[in-house]
Design a protein around this ligand. Sequence first.
Ligand code: ADP
Ligand code: MG
Length: 246
Amino acid sequence: MTRARPGPAALSLEGVSRSYAQGRRRLRIFADLGLTLFPGEIVALVGPSGSGKSSLLHIAGLLEKPDAGRVVISGRDCSGLNDKARARMRRYNIGFVYQFHHLLGEFSALENVVMPQLIAGVDGKPARRRARDLLERVGMAERLGHRPGKLSGGEQQRVAIARALANAPGLLLADEPTGNLDPETAVRVFELLLGLVRSEGMAALIATHNRALASAMDRYVELSAGTLIERRPVASRSAKPASAHR
Ligand code: ADP
Ligand code: MG
């Protein structure tokens, strides 16, 4: 049963399949997957290493194309878009956080968060204001001028999170964003990430190995043997009922 929701889904994957060439054969990673994220929903993507989490996130983030199926972002079917239109969708509608920060090493923390806004056509002054605000909210106010090489792993990921949110996308995709951090730092960075995503009202799909982190999200989906299994929340985070749609 589907509950009525205002507006289009932030992300909708419909019948998505992916396989890779392996010699003369094709290695099927997953087939005919469906997943819907509504605005403001935070969903964990779990599954063993090699189950296809990164492949799925790359497809959802328009970095790769599926062999079959549709990717619909904020009501817009992106399946038929050319590279330029896909890049534009990514720039304005999708934030991506990787396991490794992928910050630009020659630029400061502030500049790394300003840059995607300039590319999106925002003026320098408001772009710097937004960047400062985001970096403050991830606890990096004292390190605006630091280059990534002078930051710790946790600090680099905080800057990467601020950068992903710079253009206020409706959808955040994160691929094991704390996978390279020690457990304590991972929990802190994760809490920052969830807090920001909630306060911005974005939808988020976050791949993680960590069941405890997954339980802090609204629900989780599990990639297993090429299919996506919908799971109810692992632990009740609050009295708020879990969303009842599929
Ligand atoms: P996960 O992120 O869950 O660890 P991935 O999406 O990275 O899984 O990979 C899923 C499977 O697809 C793995 O078996 C991997 O070897 C294979 N794979 C991923 N990318 C490629 C590629 N570019 N070419 C061939 N095989 C790939
Ligand atoms: Mg992966």
